[in-house]
Design a protein around this ligand. Structure first.
Ligand code: SF4
Ligand code: SF4
Length: 363
């Protein structure tokens, strides 16, 4: 893995709180009740000043707020934190990823002045966006996006295609152009995959807070909106015997080692990436039983060894978790034992659902 001085990019989860409940997000159970294991936390400006020394900020090229469990527009200090980053390193590329459905128009305008870009996750039009972005308000999102653009920010419209919104892609693209969005990105989600069964799935249930079924999300019909890796399941089974056997064998090409990026969670835990950090609180496993906990249990102070409010990022990155435990697991032969399944699934050779979200069929 990289060294401290190599790090150029920070992926920051400023909060695990959110105004929405998307059915494929780890913060809730299929769009319903909040994940019972999840601590609802956020980092304050004061925390950020402790975690990110100015010298470190000066070595970075990019900081973006996204995360596994929360939306950055919910944290109370988000704008001030971005202003602080800008003040300490004026050339930083600053951005966030959001559902866009909170905060005032003035807040967004000011954010547009401070940030380079904001990715608005808008998966449909007024009648369909909230089927996935449950709890959001389309009119408010559009107003906020307009304010952000007026403030001088580059707005990007990220559109996840499902069966229920695939007929609206062109109309949304036109709307994005008319409104002055900088880019419109079609995303072919790789989340139609069962982590428990290591199998591709064609639909996912949507639950309400009482765990009652409200509907299903389905893979789009049009092949051009389907995730390439998910479509390769049969081919890989033919070649390796099963997807699990492929994952056992695949070599790992760690994306963040190449990008020199680092993930900081809303609890100030430092991980190489959001994917490994996302193994902390999967609601469908027993608490603290996922593979990543087996590595954390080997650290002297357990998860506190990874806490940037307690230890410097330098010390954490130079410690065993980054330099030994994670990279050593890549040499393992069994995703149910010694090889991190999340690494095999995210950064393997032939099955890369995350990367393929952005790849069109012809490329
Ligand atoms: S908006 Fe983002 S953080 Fe909130 S529920 Fe949806 S995916 Fe999760
Ligand atoms: S999932 Fe594993 S291999 Fe991939 S970027 Fe994260 S640490 Fe690296």
């Amino acid at each position: 893995m990289y060294q401290y001085l190599d790090i150029k990019t920070i992926h920051l989860e400023i909060s695990s709180k959110c105004n929405a409940s998307c059915p494929m997000c780890a913060r809730n159970i299929c769009g319903g009740a909040v994940n019972p294991y999840l601590p609802l936390t956020e980092l304050s400006l004061q925390d950020i000043k402790v975690i990110f020394p100015v010298n470190f900020l000066r070595q970075l090229n990019r900081i973006y707020m996204c995360g596994n469990h929360g939306d950055p527009i919910i944290a109370k200090d988000t704008l001030d934190i971005f202003k602080f980053f800008r003040e300490k390193n004026s050339s930083l590329n600053l951005s966030l990823f959001t559902n866009g459905s909170a905060q005032s128009e003035d807040w967004w305008k000011e954010l547009g002045f401070v940030l380079n870009s904001a990715h608005f996750s808008i998966d449909g039009l007024e009648d369909t966006n909230s089927i996935y972005r449950r709890g959001t308000d389309f009119k408010k999102i559009m107003q906020n996006a307009k304010s952000f653009i007026t403030g001088g920010g580059k707005a990007v419209w990220d559109y996840i295609v499902f069966q229920h919104n695939e007929h609206q892609v062109s109309q949304a693209r036109e709307m994005a152009e008319d409104m002055g969005f900088h880019r419109f990105v079609v995303k072919k989600t790789g989340r139609f995959y069962s982590n428990q069964k290591s199998k591709v799935k064609t639909k996912q249930v949507i639950l309400n807070k009482k765990k009652e079924i409200e509907g299903y999300l389905k893979i789009p019909k049009n092949p051009k909106y389907k995730n390439r890796s998910l479509q390769r399941e049969d081919e890989l089974i033919q070649k390796y015997g099963s997807l699990e056997k492929y994952l056992n064998q695949t070599q790992i090409f760690c994306k963040v080692s190449q990008e020199k990026s680092l993930y900081v969670s809303s609890e100030a835990f430092v991980f190489p990436c959001c994917w490994t950090a996302n193994q902390l609180y999967p609601w469908y496993f027993k608490k603290r039983s996922s593979q990543i906990w087996k590595l954390i249990e080997q650290l002297t102070e357990k998860e506190m060894n990874l806490n940037a409010k307690k230890h410097s990022i330098k010390k954490i990155v130079e410690g065993d978790f980054f330099q030994k435990l994670i990279p050593n697991s890549w040499k393992g032969k069994d995703i149910n034992k010694d090889k991190l399944k999340v690494c095999a699934k995210t950064c393997g050779q032939e099955f890369t659902p995350f990367t393929d979200q952005f790849i069109s069929k012809s490329s």
